[in-house]
Design a protein. Structure first.
Ligand SMILES: [Zn+2]
Length: 207
C-alpha cells in the first residue's frame, strides 16, 4: 500500500534518491506536475521520446508518482488529457522560468482540466492519506495542484536543469535557491566530469 500525500503542498513520494533505475520515468521535479512533463524526453534534442504511449503507461506513471494504486483503470481519453495537461504545464512552467507572460492557450487548457471533478484526499484509520477518484479525477487534481504551483510562491523557485540537453523541470527547494541540476548523480556529475576534462585540456601544454 502506497501512502499518498497530495494536496495544497503535494509531496512526491518517489524522491531522487529512491528513484528506481529500472523505471523509465524520472521523478526529479519535487512536484508531480513537473514530473509529468518529464514523460516526454529529449525536449531539447532533435528526437523526442514519448513515455506515455498507451493507457497502461499512464496507469504505471500514476502509480509510480504515488497518485494511484497500481493497476488503475485508464482510458484512451485519460491518456489524451494527460498529454494535453503535460504540455500545458511545460509551456506555463517554461514561461514562468523565462519570466515571460503565461501563454493564454495553456492557461485555458490547465483551467479546463482542473475544472473537472477532482479526486479528493481521504485519510485512513492508519493516518495515511490516499486520493479517491478515477484517472480523470486524478488528472484534474493534478491540474489544480499545477495551478497552485504555477501561481503560488514556489513559482519563483521553478528551474530547468542546467544539463546541456536536459529539459527536466524542478522546484528548487535548496536553502540558497541555487540548485542547478535535476539530479546530482546524473546531470550534476556529468557537468563536473565535463568541467574537469575541459580544465585538463586547458592545462595541457600547447604547441
Ligand atoms: Zn538534468
Amino acid at each position: 500500500m502506497h501512502s499518498i500525500v497530495f494536496g495544497v503542498q503535494p509531496v512526491n513520494m518517489v524522491s531522487m534518491e529512491t528513484e528506481s533505475p529500472k523505471s523509465i520515468f524520472r521523478f526529479r521535479g519535487g512536484h508531480p506536475a513537473l514530473d509529468l512533463t518529464a514523460t516526454l524526453t529529449g525536449r531539447l534534442k532533435a528526437v523526442q521520446r514519448e513515455l506515455l504511449v498507451t493507457p497502461a503507461d499512464l496507469a504505471q506513471w500514476l502509480a509510480q508518482a504515488g497518485l494511484a494504486e497500481a493497476g488503475a483503470v485508464v482510458s484512451q481519453r485519460d491518456l489524451a488529457v494527460a498529454h494535453s495537461l503535460r504540455e500545458a504545464i511545460y509551456m506555463l512552467a517554461s514561461a514562468a522560468i523565462a519570466g515571460k507572460a503565461l501563454p493564454d492557450a495553456s492557461v485555458d487548457m490547465l483551467n479546463a482540466i482542473a475544472a473537472c471533478p477532482q479526486a479528493v484526499p481521504e485519510i485512513g484509520y492508519d493516518g495515511r492519506i490516499r486520493l479517491v477518484g478515477n484517472a480523470g479525477a486524478l488528472l484534474a487534481r493534478l491540474a489544480g495542484d499545477a495551478a497552485l504551483l504555477l501561481g503560488g510562491p514556489e513559482r519563483a523557485r521553478l528551474r530547468q536543469c542546467d544539463g546541456a540537453s536536459c529539459a527536466i523541470l524542478f522546484v528548487d527547494r535548496s536553502r540558497r535557491g541555487d540548485r542547478r541540476w535535476c539530479s546530482m548523480r546524473g546531470c550534476g556529475n556529468k557537468a563536473k566530469v565535463d568541467a574537469f576534462r575541459g580544465k585538463k585540456k586547458a592545462d595541457a601544454p600547447t604547441g
